[in-house]
Design a binder for this molecule. Structure first.
Ligand code: ATP
Ligand code: MG
Length: 504
């Protein structure tokens, strides 16, 4: 069998006047994981969508084991053995069908399942789920599953096809560390079976764990190939940015007055109460494993859940929002996690997606002022570096990372008392992450800022103070200065018990 599973030559693709792929030359060897790195909007997902039959190229060739490959539809690509797990999770599953039907979906599509024997289908689905360690009742509706399980369903579905080429477009952005570990084990097995794997991610830890080679992409072209061990990760970042990454330096400002005070707050009936002051001008990162209580804390701050005990003071006055509208009225904003399912309004343009919660501020005696909306949007596009053609572009024409920036921009466009950013860096490239991080820090005065992050390097890049949550309570609090990272990481994993503020 040929060593190169896929050869791509001179591939081009434009959307209107936007030349997205400008001549891609790339080979993917069998039995190897090729990590593809590139800035938000570089064209990674567009390349993927051509390989899997969603989009058609304007020019160039692709061959699969020596034969020309030009899929007209996703079904055709799948039949040829090209299997894809997309960045936008709902592209891979049907929420209104149960897990078993989702797993066997492509069988149905081939007509083989015309007379459906549900019992047999469930049996096959169960086997399939077991091969990837997906532990879920196959009779449940996919729409009821959490994002991580939904994604594993999409991956399990892909596995039914004995793939020749498996493409994963940012598969771990919503997985817990344990789930990601399971995915990596699965990828290891497929690599051993000779599958060519194309893996797209903005996470350095993923790439370092899984890649046999790294390919960098920049502005629609391949800008670097790194194959020699040890892989030159820094070189690959430089090739994708066209320059070295800017350094982050945290200057911790003097403490401001408390904006939000949490007093003996208990998130659940059986969790330990904790107290915490969030001060004017400071940026506090809350980190913890999935299930540690970060989301519950964000829910409580934002009026989506009542605490089991304790109280909150906002600028000295009792704060107990019954719902999120009350939180917003009090100037407490939250950027949502999992933008695709929770936040992005498909069919709306960038402007509407940004100004949505504040439409009234852009209106004068009942008439909406489009200029005012456009001004706000242009400011956020500019400040956050949102890559788009025009502020009236449909949100779905933006790349994943740029949609994420719109979601952050929505809640940074107006002055807040408390800004809660829930996983703001999901799918955002490393330079954009630093740019957004500095923007958050630059604008921090006048409010308190809380950032929920699962990744420790993100916490270290953005915060004055890092708070560690375990079992729905605060187990550690650290000034972001001369940090003992190993100690903090051990604490996140549940090892450390003490809560002390290691001052400088
Ligand atoms: N359906 C579409 N219509 C118009 N423009 C599009 C469409 N899909 C993508 N684009 C544009 O193509 C460019 C590349 O987008 P793509 O999604 O391929 O980027 P990406 O490298 O995957 O970025 P990210 O890391 O943010 O996911 C962007 O400028 C985007 O706005
Ligand atoms: Mg993408």
């Amino acid at each position: 069998m040929q060593d190169k599973a896929v050869k791509i030559q001179g591939l081009t693709k434009a959307f209107g006047a936007n030349n997205v792929l400008r001549g891609i030359d790339l080979e993917l060897p069998r039995g190897q994981v090729t990590a593809l790195m590139g800035a938000n909007g570089a064209g990674k997902s567009t390349l993927v969508k051509i390989l899997c039959g969603v989009h058609q190229a304007n020019g160039g060739q692709i061959s699969l084991y020596g034969s020309p490959f030009r899929p007209d539809s996703p079904a055709q690509a799948i039949r040829a053995g090209v299997v894809t797990v997309h960045q936008n999770i709902n592209d891979g599953v049907v929420p209104d069908l149960d897990v078993a039907s989702n797993l066997m979906l492509d069988e149905f599509a081939h007509g083989r399942g015309f007379f459906m024997n549900m019992k047999k289908i469930r049996g096959q689905a169960r086997e399939l789920a077991a091969t990837i360690g997906l532990d879920v009742d196959v009779r449940r509706m996919v729409g009821e599953l959490g994002l991580a399980d939904r994604q594993l369903v999409a991956i399990a579905r892909a596995m039914a096809h004995e793939p020749k080429l498996l493409i994963l477009d940012e598969p771990t952005s919503s997985l817990s560390a344990k789930e990601a570990g399971r995915l990596f084990d699965l990828i290891d097995r497929l690599r051993d079976q000779g599958v060519a794997i194309l893996y797209i991610s903005h996470r350095s830890s993923d790439i370092k764990r899984i890649a046999d080679r790294i390919v960098s992409m920049r502005d629609g072209r391949i800008s670097g190939v790194f194959e020699e061990a040890p892989l030159d990760y820094e070189g690959a970042v430089k090739a994708m940015l066209g320059r070295a990454i800017s350094e982050m330096k945290i200057d911790i400002p003097p403490a401001g007055a408390p904006v939000l005070q949490l007093q003996e707050l208990a998130l659940t009936n059986d969790s330990e109460p904790f107290s915490l002051d969030l001060c004017d001008g400071e940026v506090v990162a809350v980190t913890g494993l999935v299930g540690s209580g970060k989301s519950e804390l964000a829910d409580v701050l934002y009026g989506q859940k009542r605490p089991a005990a304790g109280r909150m003071l906002l600028r000295g006055a009792p704060y107990d929002p019954p719902n999120q509208a009350a939180a917003i009225r009090a100037g407490v904003f939250r950027t949502p996690k999992d933008r695709a399912s929770n936040a992005v309004v498909q069919g709306f343009d960038i402007t509407k997606n940004i100004t949505l919660p504040f439409t009234r501020r852009h209106a004068w005696s009942g008439f909406l002022n489009p200029q005012s909306e456009a001004r706000t949007t242009r400011r956020m596009v500019d400040e956050l570096g949102i890559v788009c053609q025009h502020e009236t572009d449909d949100i779905s024409s933006l790349s994943g990372g740029n949609q994420q920036k719109v979601m952050v921009g929505r809640w940074m466009a107006e002055a807040a008392n408390l800004l809660v950013l829930d996983e703001p860096f999901q799918g955002v490239d490393i330079q954009a992450r630093r740019d957004i991080g500095s923007k958050i820090r630059e604008t921090a005065r006048g409010r308190a800022t809380v950032v929920m992050v699962a990744e420790m390097d993100e916490a270290v890049e953005i915060a004055d103070r890092i708070v560690v949550m375990v079992d729905h309570t605060i187990k550690g609090e650290h000034r972001n200065e001369n940090l003992n990272l190993n100690m903090v990481l051990a604490q996140v994993a549940g090892a450390g018990e003490s809560r002390q503020l290691n001052a400088g």
